[in-house]
Ligand binder design. Structure first.
Ligand code: ZN
Length: 150
C-alpha cells in the first residue's frame, strides 16, 4: 500500500466513525462519568465508563463535535473495552505520541489509531483528536473536574 493509499484509507476511516460513531449512547450502569470540552473547536463530550476491579468493562459517550473528535471517541471507546486501567493509560500515552508525529512501536499499536498519525501537520486538530483521551486519562487518574483543552 502506498502512503497515498494509506492516507485515503485513514481519512475514510475517520469519516466513517465520525458519521456513525460506535458506543454513542448513555451507559446506565456507569461507575465513572466525566465531561470534556474543546472550546477552540466547540467539541463537547461526556465519557462514561464501567470499571470493575481495575478493568474497563464498558465504555460509551455522548455529545457533539467535529468529525475528528467524534471518530476519536468512537475508536477509543471500542479499543478500551476489556482493557485494564493500566493498559488504557499505555494506549493513551501511545496516542499522544501518534498525534504529535512521534514514532510508536507499531506492533503494539491498534491499526485504526494510525488514522490519526497525519494530524501532526494540523496542530489545531490535535486537540480535537485528544479531547476524549484527555477525558479518559483524567477519569483514570481520578480527577473529578471537567476536562478542558484550554
Ligand atoms: Zn474538533
Amino acid at each position: 500500500m502506498s502512503s497515498d493509499e494509506a492516507r485515503r484509507l485513514y481519512q475514510s476511516l475517520i469519516l466513517e466513525h465520525g458519521r456513525a460513531p460506535h458506543n454513542y449512547h448513555k451507559l446506565e450502569d456507569a461507575t465513572h462519568t466525566l465531561e470534556g470540552n474543546n472550546p477552540l473547536c466547540g467539541d463537547r463530550y461526556v465519557l462514561q465508563l464501567r470499571i470493575q476491579d481495575d478493568h474497563i468493562e464498558d465504555a460509551a459517550f455522548e455529545g457533539h463535535g467535529c468529525a475528528i473528535s467524534m471518530a476519536s471517541a468512537s475508536m477509543m471507546t471500542d479499543l478500551i473495552k476489556s482493557l485494564s486501567c493500566e493498559q488504557a493509560q499505555t494506549l493513551f500515552a501511545q496516542f499522544q505520541r501518534i498525534t504529535q508525529g512521534e514514532p510508536v512501536l507499531s506492533e503494539s499499536l491498534p491499526e485504526e489509531l494510525k488514522a490519526f498519525s497525519g494530524l501532526a501537520e494540523y496542530p489545531a486538530r490535535i486537540k480535537c483528536a485528544n479531547l476524549i483521551w484527555y477525558t479518559l486519562q483524567a477519569t483514570l487518574t481520578k480527577q473529578n473536574e471537567p476536562v478542558s483543552t484550554e
